[in-house]
Design a protein around this ligand. Structure first.
Ligand code: LMR
Length: 394
């Protein structure tokens, strides 16, 4: 029965991860997969997470099932982090999911169940898994222009022109903050204009927010999302605690749907039913850690402080890399690196150039030239800048 199977095309990000692991050169620099690293190149377990885990270890009395949609305390804690009380709980349906990927998938399955004719509009470029998930869920998809690489900035005109092709009932997938891969985010005016546009055309926003806290701070990073929730009757949200709690392998995500009160019960039971049909009960450990941290004032303060430090480290590295590239190239063409937000930026580059960076300079970036800035250290910046300038300027 399996003779007809062929290997799926490799995921661009995970391929880089593997090539990096297999490279024996000690000077290698991993700017591939979106994982935070400290100055020693280590991805730490956050202090508050350790504290919460130790509390859970002492106090947990059962590991019996929670509920198909996960623990309501987790829903409330995440809704508070994301929406800060912008809506009453009667207007929020929620289900715990297996990481950010599981949350995106659950939201897409909900869309397909509710409106199989809907097209999901996805930014070009985007995180490659968006496209893959939409395909596997069986949703129609279309792309909208997002980024002007020459200017290192949003392509507002292209975006609105492409989204002009959306029909009522379609869904527009937006990145809540720290756009992956470009690092180019909406301003407050962009969010307001998008809210008007979506409302006028009867389009539903779907916000994937996987990096809250890595842009400006946890509140500012959710401001666009909160504005949409305030202005539109329905918003789909997929959130991840992988990055901002450093819980990557625990798969802590959540799908929230804000809706009119009368629609909540049906959405809630559909989300629970979709979990039953794929994973039954969602994983609990990461979700419990998140709930514990967010509901304990001391742990929460410590978490925010550590997250602040991570964000500042990335912002500092952005400035250092932009400065080093200015020196290497004698131009400001990479100046946008300092202005963009979050872990990623895109420098472009052909497949041959990306391969040369890897083979000749042991610098690993994702195809298309996506860099995980958090993979740099102040020590590696000059060498990486030289490699980038040599290869990309040729
Ligand atoms: C990334 O974009 O590198 C991360 O979100 C990891 C992943 O699953 O692709």
């Amino acid at each position: 029965m399996f003779q007809s199977l062929t290997a799926p095309p490799p995921d661009a990000i995970l391929q880089v991860m593997q090539l990096f692991r297999d490279d024996p050169r000690p000077e290698k620099v991993d700017l591939g997969v979106g994982v935070y690293r400290d100055d020693a190149g280590h991805t730490p377990v956050m202090r508050a997470v350790k504290a919460a885990e130790s509390y859970i270890l002492q106090s947990q009395e059962t590991k019996s099932y929670t509920a198909l949609a996960g623990d309501p305390a987790y829903h409330a804690a995440m809704a508070d982090l994301l929406l800060a009380g912008a809506l009453p709980s009667e207007r929020i349906a929620a289900a715990a999911a297996t990481g950010g990927t599981g949350a995106v998938r659950l939201a897409m399955e909900l869309i397909r169940t509710a409106n199989p004719d809907a097209t999901v509009w996805i930014s070009n470029p985007t995180w490659p898994n968006h496209t893959l998930l939409a395909k596997f869920v069986g949703l129609k998809q279309a792309t909208y222009r997002y980024y002007n690489a020459a200017e290192g900035a949003l392509d507002r005109q292209g975006m609105m022109a492409d989204l002009g092709g959306a029909k009522p009932g379609d869904v527009v997938l937006l990145h809540g903050c720290c756009h992956n891969p470009t690092g180019a985010d909406f301003t407050a005016q962009d969010w307001a204009a998008m809210a008007d546009f979506l409302a006028e055309r009867d389009l539903t926003p779907f916000i994937d927010i996987a990096y809250q806290g890595f842009g400006a701070n946890v509140e500012a990073d959710a401001a666009g999302l909160r504005l949409l929730v305030d202005r539109l009757p329905r918003v789909l949200i997929a959130a991840s605690a992988a990055k901002n709690f450093g819980l990557y392998r625990e798969r802590a995500g959540i799908c929230l749907v804000t809706c009119p009160e009368g629609e909540r019960a049906a959405i809630q039971s559909t989300l629970a039913g979709l979990n039953r049909a794929s994973i039954s009960f969602p994983p609990d450990h990461g979700a419990r850690v998140v709930t514990t941290v967010l509901t304990d004032p001391a742990m929460k303060a410590d978490w925010l402080e550590e997250l602040d430090g991570m964000r500042s480290r990335i912002a500092g590295l952005r400035k250092s890399l932009a400065g080093a590239l200015r020196q290497e190239t004698g131009s400001d063409r990479f100046g946008f690196l300092a202005a963009q937000q979050g872990m990623f930026s895109v420098l472009g580059g052909s497949e041959a150039q990306i391969a040369r960076l890897r083979d000749e300079f042991a610098v690993y970036v994702v195809g298309g030239g996506r860099l995980n800035i958090a993979g740099l250290t102040e020590d590696s910046v000059p060498r990486v800048a030289k490699a980038l300038a040599t290869v990309l300027d040729e």
